[in-house]
Design a protein around this ligand. Structure first.
Ligand SMILES: *[C@@H]1O[C@H](CO)[C@@H](O)[C@H](O)[C@H]1NC(C)=O
Ligand SMILES: *[C@@H]1O[C@H](CO)[C@@H](O)[C@H](O)[C@H]1NC(C)=O
Ligand SMILES: *[C@@H]1O[C@H](CO)[C@@H](O)[C@H](O)[C@H]1NC(C)=O
Ligand SMILES: *[C@@H]1O[C@H](CO)[C@@H](O)[C@H](O)[C@H]1NC(C)=O
Ligand SMILES: *[C@@H]1O[C@H](CO)[C@@H](O)[C@H](O)[C@H]1NC(C)=O
Length: 353
């Protein structure tokens, strides 16, 4: 099937072109609308949906941290998701990134939800090849994904978000949330090393051991959140992933997990466990779009991605953990969700605070 994305892979992979499917979003304020946020799918109670990627056919691949699994959800027909794969010898899956059309790299390892503690030395990165994958509308897999381990990274402490040096690159950059560094991993040769290291990536002593978390590249910069330093920052990198400029604070964003960019370079940051979604403009202006610590509407938001098809290119898909990292007071933990947030509608309604 021809898609814009596959075209870009084929034609421009070497030119560091970035594809951000969302349109520039209006910033007008109007009365609230009720159809801004829908639950596309809710997993069973105590399921932590951790991250997601969008296939070139528009389907979503969702990783779970509460089980070492990847699910596929069709956003047009979100019936039963298909279980794409269960990784062996691990308790959860984390970051996921597409590095070749319909081929994904997935971070796998042991992070204990009950204690918020990592098992250092337990992390590995896997190749999930979706090219032949088939499932029916009841979620039954009729042709499995082809899955293989790229490598263990035993020296890592807590591998979390993953991105590519640029679109079409064979080098991934992976946040280590406890060491407070970024690893580079060549997805073909499995060679890896630490390439980025900054005080802005470190854990806060005495706090939950969670520093750098989400990582994404855009126009020659690596952008990252730091969960408990509560910040969003960037650094210019070269094609080898090395820093070629200063590490720069963009904004103080509060507790921040993974994020997605729109076409204009606004970042939409999922805020687990502070239960909000916020927008940071390229100039560093921060707006909470929806949610807060007392509201379950985007409770436990862990990551975000825009759809890539015409019908959903301004829909922001957000994974949640249902409150497993700290529930909204007076409410129960619920199953992690995949939310479909219609951003133009949400922005028109001035959010739901
Ligand atoms: C990670 O968890 C799995 C599943 O519980 C376990 O088999 C494995 O030994 C753990 N790895 C480490 C390094 O503790
Ligand atoms: C991993 O844990 C072991 C045992 O607690 C510790 O000795 C070691 O320094 C840790 N390694 C890293 C990279 O944190
Ligand atoms: C499980 O993971 C641990 C740590 O990464 C590794 O030492 C061990 O060999 C793995 N076991 C299997 C059966 O893959
Ligand atoms: C949440 O509720 C608590 C208790 O009522 C209150 O102190 C706090 O200000 C509220 N926070 C927000 C962001 O609404
Ligand atoms: C989900 O499980 C937790 C305990 O793990 C429980 O406290 C909570 O009531 C459950 N929620 C629902 C909606 O069943």
């Amino acid at each position: 099937m021809f898609t814009l994305k596959s075209f870009l892979y084929a034609a421009f992979a070497a030119e560091c072109l970035f594809l951000d499917a969302a349109k520039a979003l209006p910033s007008t304020v109007a009365p609230p609308s009720s159809n801004s946020i829908q639950t596309l799918w809710q997993f069973p109670n105590n399921t932590w949906a951790e991250n997601l990627a969008v296939r070139s056919n528009g389907d979503l691949l969702v990783t779970l941290l509460s089980a070492p699994q990847v699910y596929q959800v069709n956003p047009r027909q979100p019936k039963t998701p298909a279980l794409v794969h269960t990784f062996p010898n691990a308790t959860g899956a984390l970051g996921i990134v597409e590095y070749e059309q319909d081929v994904f790299a997935v971070v796998v390892g042991n992070w204990t939800i009950a204690t918020f503690l990592t098992v250092n030395g337990s992390y590995s990165v896997w190749k999930v090849d979706m090219r032949g994958f088939k499932s029916d509308s009841n979620g039954h897999v009729t042709k499995p994904a082809v899955v293989s381990k790229i490598t263990d990274i035993p020296e890592a402490d807590f591998l979390n978000g993953i991105t590519l040096i640029n679109e079409g690159s064979r080098d991934a950059l992976i946040a280590d949330s406890v060491l407070g560094v970024v690893w580079k991993l060549n997805l073909d040769t499995a060679e890896y090393s630490i390439v980025l290291d900054s005080p802005l990536m470190k854990v806060v002593p005495g706090q939950i051991q969670l520093g750098i978390n989400g990582v994404h590249t855009r126009d020659g910069f690596l952008y990252f959140t730091n969960s408990f330093q509560g910040l969003f920052a960037k650094v210019a990198i070269d094609l080898c992933g090395n820093a070629i400029g200063p590490y720069t604070l963009i904004a103080e964003t509060g507790v921040s997990d993974d994020f997605a960019f729109d076409k204009s370079g606004n970042a939409y940051i999922a805020q687990d466990p502070s239960d909000a979604l916020e927008r940071v403009t390229p100039a560093g202006k921060v707006n909470v779009l929806v949610g807060n610590v007392n509201n379950t509407i985007v409770e436990g938001a862990t990551a975000a991605q825009f759809g890539i098809l015409p019908f959903d290119e301004s829909i922001l898909y957000v994974t949640t953990n249902g409150g497993l990292a700290g529930r909204v007071p007076g409410t129960d933990v619920v199953g992690g969700k995949i939310l479909a947030i219609n951003l133009p509608n949400l922005l028109k309604s001035d959010g739901i605070h």
